[in-house]
Design a binder for this molecule. Structure first.
Ligand code: ZN
Length: 207
């Protein structure tokens, strides 16, 4: 079951065109009712059906935050800044190496200082493809995901689950303090999908 935004928008548009929201009877009053009912329906369905409401919420919310940022291969400036801001907002050491990979380091939890450091590696670029009928500017627009039955899909474009879910999982380990962990070094490489330049030119001295 999905929320049909277009149908609701269409209703509202028709009502607007006929002069809605006046509180009058007749067509205007009817439109007011539709308007209010649709607002309620939309609000309740949105809460229930939002990708952000899926479990585990922490991962899906990081995924949605990430997917709001355009991130085609070779054009990672914005998503790199997003990752840097994310690391700094947590007060964690955040490094950008020469090629443009981001490394965020999280100290070990209390009692886990003597464990070996774990490196989590994911890539922040994604394959940007859209359906022929979809009007979409990948350099400006974020991915619009929605729930379709048992699936999370994107409206007319690639979803970015490769490697967005990996990035979201790594972000969850960095942002959560609900679990014991050794020191973590999260490596977010660039340009995996079109040359692997981030991985190939990684500066190993940063670890
Ligand atoms: Zn990939």
């Amino acid at each position: 079951m999905t929320v049909n935004f277009f149908e609701i928008a269409n209703h509202l548009l028709k009502c607007r065109l006929s002069g809605s929201n006046s509180g009058h009877t007749g067509i205007n009053g009817y439109c007011d009712l539709i308007f209010k009912a649709n607002q309620l329906t939309l609000a309740s369905k949105f809460i229930l059906m939002s990708v952000r409401n899926l479990e585990p919420k922490i991962i899906w919310n990081h995924f949605e935050d990430l997917n709001a940022v355009p991130r085609p291969s070779k054009k990672e400036e914005r998503v790199r800044q997003f990752m840097v801001d994310f690391g700094k907002s947590l007060g964690l050491e955040t490094i950008v190496d020469n090629i443009g990979n981001v490394i965020i380091k999280k100290p070990a939890a209390k009692g886990y200082e003597n464990r070996e450091t774990v490196i989590l590696q994911t890539h922040i670029d994604m394959v940007h493809q859209k359906n022929a009928a979809t009007d979409f500017d990948f350099s400006m627009q974020g991915i619009q995901s929605f729930i379709d039955g048992d699936w999370v899909k994107a409206k007319g474009t690639t979803l970015g689950a490769d490697n967005g879910m990996g990035v979201a999982a790594a972000m969850s380990f960095l942002s959560s303090n609900d679990y014991p962990h050794p020191a973590i070094e999260a490596l977010f490489t660039i340009d995996e999908e079109s040359g692997m330049t981030g991985a190939k030119q990684l500066d190993g001295s940063k670890f």
